[in-house]
Write a protein that binds this ligand. Structure first.
Ligand code: NAX
Length: 327
């Protein structure tokens, strides 16, 4: 029998974990013929809740699910991991300063990066979902010198999917008509969803909408969608975040469609003026299990200004975690 792919999920007892695990176990993360083994990492207080979720996973009798291990030890959780979904993070609490948030998450993502470095499989692929996702990925990566930088990514696929959906609604077309959407920069309110390269039926999306809508409705709606979900639902995005994580890893493994691309935050090689080493969102394709930044796009002044602003925020986050000794 085929060796199962080991998938580690941190924060497994959280709300994204609850929406994510069943889809992984059913084969949607990697492919409907690939058996998986789950490793669930939680903090000690939440191990029991993770055990409850594992009981429900058992009760689904998923044909592809070959085992579940639950632990509060990162060294055990990442042992032999082929895919690592870093979902668990410390949320910002009222009155907390950014520095405190970065520090608290450094305490999580530093040790997890080291555990990945020391114990994960050679082909490990890491997706950071927990916020601040880009900088948490930067921290994890800096503790994993033996793992290629290209294996550390952060999630902007939810922002990408939100952008597709907002544009599809505006133009009254199915989302499948839209190609080449891009989210640039940080997974935060400074992110830049780019309609100047997106295409709808072969036409540039920005030319199909008026500039006021693009500037005053589209960009802020996509960038602030997370807050709008909290307002409406009384809880942050969970199923849609899990869905985006599934999309990200599925495309990483199986490749992106010809003639299209997607968005992922990956370690910059300096493309488009984004300083090398920052984990920033780019237009990317995936081939043979590697992300590649789409090259040669012309960036006009409108886009340049917005990409630069988001990248500036990433630079500041990197300086802050450097000053705290977290990288
Ligand atoms: P929850 O608070 O429901 O769950 C988080 C879980 O992580 C908890 O069960 C907690 O015990 C666990 N945890 C905390 N520290 C841990 C550690 N050191 N090791 C293992 N587990 C640990 O949050 P949830 O709604 O599931 O969101 C998880 C993260 O995703 C948050 O940081 C959130 O901000 C982030 N998001 C990121 C998104 C993105 O697009 N990149 C969108 C959705 C979401 O907001």
């Amino acid at each position: 029998p085929e060796t199962p792919v080991k998938v580690t999920v941190t924060g497994a007892a959280g709300q994204i974990g609850y929406a994510l695990l069943f889809r992984i176990a059913s084969g949607q993360l990697l492919g409907s013929d690939i058996p998986v083994e789950l490793r669930l990492l939680e903090i000690p207080q939440a191990v029991k809740a993770a055990e409850g979720t594992a009981m429900e996973l058992d009760d689904c009798a998923f044909p592809l699910l070959r085992g579940i291990e639950i632990t509060d030890d990162p060294n055990v959780a990442f042992d032999g991991a082929n895919v690592a979904l870093l979902v668990g993070a410390l949320p910002r609490k009222a009155g907390m300063e950014r520095k405190d948030l970065l520090e608290a998450n450094g305490g999580i993502f530093g040790p997890q990066g080291k555990a990945i470095n020391d114990h994960a499989a050679d082909d490990v692929r890491v997706l950071v979902v927990g916020n601040p996702a880009n900088t948490n990925a930067l921290i994890a990566r800096s503790h994993a010198p033996d793992v290629p930088a290209s294996r550390f990514t952060a999630m902007t696929r939810l922002d990408h999917n939100r952008a597709l959906s907002q544009l599809a609604k505006k133009l009254d077309v199915p989302v499948t008509d839209i190609k080449k959407m891009t989210i640039w920069g940080n997974h935060s309110s400074t992110q830049y969803p780019d309609l100047f390269h997106a295409e709808v039926g072969g036409k540039i999306a920005a030319e199909l909408v008026d500039e006021t809508w693009l500037r005053e409705t589209f960009i802020p709606t996509v960038a602030q969608r997370g807050a709008a979900i909290i307002q409406a639902r009384g809880a942050s995005s969970a199923a849609s975040a899990a869905n985006a994580a599934i999309d990200h890893v599925y495309d990483w493994y199986n490749g992106t469609a010809a003639g299209d691309w997607t968005s992922a935050a990956i370690v910059s090689d300096g493309s488009y003026g984004v300083p090398e080493g920052l984990v920033s969102s780019f237009p990317v394709t995936s081939r043979g299990g590697d992300w590649e930044i789409v090259q040669g796009l012309e960036i006009d002044a409108f886009s340049r200004e917005r990409i630069d602003a988001s990248v500036q925020e990433l630079i500041e986050e990197r300086e802050a975690v450097r000053a705290l000794g977290l990288i």
